[in-house]
Design a protein around this ligand. Structure first.
Ligand SMILES: [Fe+2]
Length: 378
């Protein structure tokens, strides 16, 4: 936004202003004042109740500052404020906002992606590149992480706060007798998403390889966004029913009874697929009329086929030190079979929330060299 591009005038119809063709409501503008008596510059919180402002508020005078970058406004209730036009322009989309989280982009098996070296992530540019790749693809792979047992807690802390679940703070994926989950066997795992019965569902999953002496057991990833779009391209009725029918997911095992009900596919306010729930061994569709259920089962069958179709899937082996970070709301993950008698295989896993990496990204674009997110000390 340059001074020569900026055009400001009062908008008589709304009582607000016209900013280069965009009309701004007077209350919208008033809520953005950053004068010290109205806005705390440490917490960045308002020091008044905006819902108590005069509902008939108007802009009486609006004038550009001499440098063309500031806007001085006198409101009808006597309040005067100066606005930074660059900040207003970013918020209303007249200029790019560097804090905007990179958009997701659907991918298939031909995806080319970079693996990241753990030892280089203290460089903010490298960490920002990793986060950008993560937001776009919904996963990233890091190599050369320390492999001490439980070190995943510290690794995940770079990106957010570890979310404790019914499987613990960390869970161990190793073959063991009387397993409480198929993950703890050497069987293949079809594409699925984790813990759809939890509310909220754990967001970002880490899998950290400490040891691997077996040749199989490749990790598989499939982009749920690409699968949902392919499904809609084939048959819109299938896509619609998977977004409409609330399915009950239930875990009833030694660690508790958890249940939640939601459609298999959900979208965000922009229309992006933002939550795939897919775990056909523990989903329970309601007893809808047979005609509807026939469509539902056809749609779920096709979703299962696409989610396990090699054309959509990437596979990679876990080596000691490999750390996978993936969005459990967007990706299906699975595993090829292996022979547990061939040797020892030990992965540790944990979850963090979506907003950790987003917070880190915003911190980095604002110029901080701190590649760790912080916790308030009490
Ligand atoms: Fe899983």
């Amino acid at each position: 936004m340059t001074a020569t591009m900026t055009e400001i005038s009062r908008d008589s119809a709304s009582g607000g202003i016209n900013f280069s063709g965009k009309v701004l409501h007077p209350l919208w503008l008033r809520e953005r004042v950053v004068e010290a008596e109205a806005f705390d510059h440490i917490s960045h919180q308002r020091l008044y109740e905006p819902a108590e402002l005069d509902p008939g508020l108007k802009v009486k005078i609006a004038s550009l500052g001499e440098n063309g970058r500031n806007l001085s406004v006198a409101f009808s209730d006597g309040y005067e404020a100066v606005f930074d036009l660059d900040i207003l322009a970013r918020e209303i989309g007249l200029s790019d906002n560097p804090e905007t989280i990179p958009l997701p982009k659907g991918w298939r098996s031909d995806l080319e992606f970079k693996r990241f070296d753990w030892n280089k992530l203290d460089d903010p540019a490298e960490m920002k590149a990793l986060l950008t790749a993560y937001f776009k693809n919904a996963f990233c792979i890091m190599d050369n992480t320390p492999t001490d047992r439980d070190s995943l807690k510290q690794h995940a802390r770079r990106f957010g706060f570890v979310r404790v679940t019914n499987f613990g703070e960390l869970f161990n994926v190793e073959t063991k007798p009387a397993a409480t989950d198929l993950a703890y066997t050497d069987l293949a795992l079809a594409s699925h998403t984790d813990n759809p019965y939890r509310w909220p569902v754990p967001s970002i999953q880490y899998l950290h390889c400490l040891a691997n002496e077996v040749s199989g057991g490749l990790s598989t990833l499939v982009d749920g966004m690409a699968v949902a779009e392919a499904l809609a391209d084939e048959n819109q009725d299938w896509a619609d029913i998977l977004e409409a029918v609330p399915v009950r997911f239930r875990y009833d095992g030694p660690t508790g009874i958890y249940e939640d009900t939601a459609p298999l596919i959900a979208r965000d306010y922009r229309g992006f697929v933002n939550h795939i729930r897919f775990s056909p061994r523990l989903d329970f569709v309601p007893a809808l009329d047979p005609e509807t259920l026939t469509v539902f089962y056809a749609a779920r069958r096709r979703m299962h086929q696409l989610a396990n179709d090699l054309a959509f899937q990437i596979q990679f082996p876990f080596r000691p030190g490999t750390l996978l970070m993936m969005n459990n709301y967007r990706l299906f993950h699975g595993r090829t079979a292996f022979n547990g008698k061939q040797g020892y295989r030990h992965l540790q896993g944990c979850y963090i929330d979506h907003d950790g990496p987003q917070c880190l990204y915003r911190t980095l674009v604002n110029g901080s060299k701190d590649t760790y997110i912080k916790r308030e000390e009490s």
